[in-house]
Design a protein. Structure first.
Length: 317
């Protein structure tokens, strides 16, 4: 069993070294790792220099340049690896030493698994404000995290794959690539759109494989303070919802789906605005504010689209 680690990065010079140090320190790195592909999605900082420095330290680390913007394009380059599995790591992810051995055990015990995640622990600056902490609690899942600060408390079971630390069968990725890679582009330089990981995993599941999330394997996700600002989280939510809208628009009965979701979001906006008139709890107020952003963004997508126009590129569910 061999793994290809794919680290997708864009201007990651501040955290990339930490991510690479953790990868090199993994238990059984030499026996289980085929190669580490660090995929530079057109960075403009010193990312390339850092990668080439690490190549001098360990020749399993390779620099891969991807000129086309979008996380989906960077993720695709992982199929150039020689591993049986691809582990996708972001440039701000710090994996625990037993990550590989934990994955190996899960794969050996579950022959039909196609996608694996572990615990992703949000690590922030120690002096974040109460407002930022509240925003982190609400945005935890949207920031691709299962826990905040520590693993030492019960967490809701994660049932949806996340891109951070996602491990996928290489043969499934190659089948997907042969049939036509995913349509959602993912994050680019100025766009926080997402959903490409959901689309990719859904294609793996269509091949008959299942999903496992095991909190025994863990990684830290470094969250800089600016990502807890209202401006950033609102941009992130809008990108997520626009991508989700595009994703459901590929499905059969997409018109009915859009209509039902529109009615749901109208009701949610009314509910949140009503609750804000009687609620004073800071967490509930922020939760309602973010929900209004989500629902308003979805309705904007509907207004800018057509509920009856069937695009020939839509795919069946």
């Amino acid at each position: 069993m061999k793994f290809t680690i794919a680290i997708c990065t864009y201007n990651g010079e501040c955290t990339l070294s930490k991510a690479l140090d953790a990868v090199i320190a993994l238990d059984e790195f030499d026996s289980l790792i085929s190669e580490v592909l660090v995929i530079d999605n057109s960075s403009t900082d010193h990312t390339k220099d850092i990668i080439l420095q690490y190549y001098q330290l360990n020749n399993r680390i390779h620099y891969v340049y991807e000129p086309n913007p979008g996380l989906a394009n960077a993720r695709k380059r992982a199929i150039e690896g020689n591993g049986d599995w691809v582990i996708y790591i972001d440039d701000d992810n710090i994996v625990c030493k037993w990550w590989l051995t934990g994955l190996k055990r899960i794969i050996q015990d579950n022959s039909n698994v196609g996608v694996i995640n572990g615990a992703v622990i949000a690590i922030t600056d120690k002096d974040i404000s109460e407002e930022e902490n509240i925003r982190l609690q609400f945005m935890r899942r949207n920031l691709a995290c299962t826990h905040i600060g520590t693993i030492d408390y019960p967490a809701v079971k994660n049932i949806e794959p996340m891109g951070a630390g996602m491990c996928i069968r290489m043969d499934a990725l190659r089948v997907i690539d042969k049939n036509g890679w995913i349509r959602l582009l993912g994050r680019t330089k100025n766009n926080l759109a997402s959903g490409e990981d959901t689309e990719l995993c859904s294609k793996v599941f269509e091949l008959g494989y299942n999903y496992i999330c095991c909190y025994d394997i863990q990684m830290e996700h470094l969250i800089p303070r600016f990502r807890l600002s209202e401006e950033y989280t609102d941009r992130l939510l809008k990108g997520l919802i626009c991508s989700r809208y595009a994703f459901i628009s590929q499905k059969r009965y997409y018109v009915i789906n859009r209509l039902l979701r529109s009615l749901k979001h109208i009701a949610l906006i009314i509910k949140c605005k009503t609750m804000n008139m009687i609620k004073t709890d800071a967490y509930e107020l922020e939760k309602n504010r973010e929900q209004i952003v989500i629902s308003s963004t979805f309705l904007d997508c509907v207004r800018n689209d057509s509920l009856i126009k069937k695009d020939n590129s839509k795919v069946e569910e």
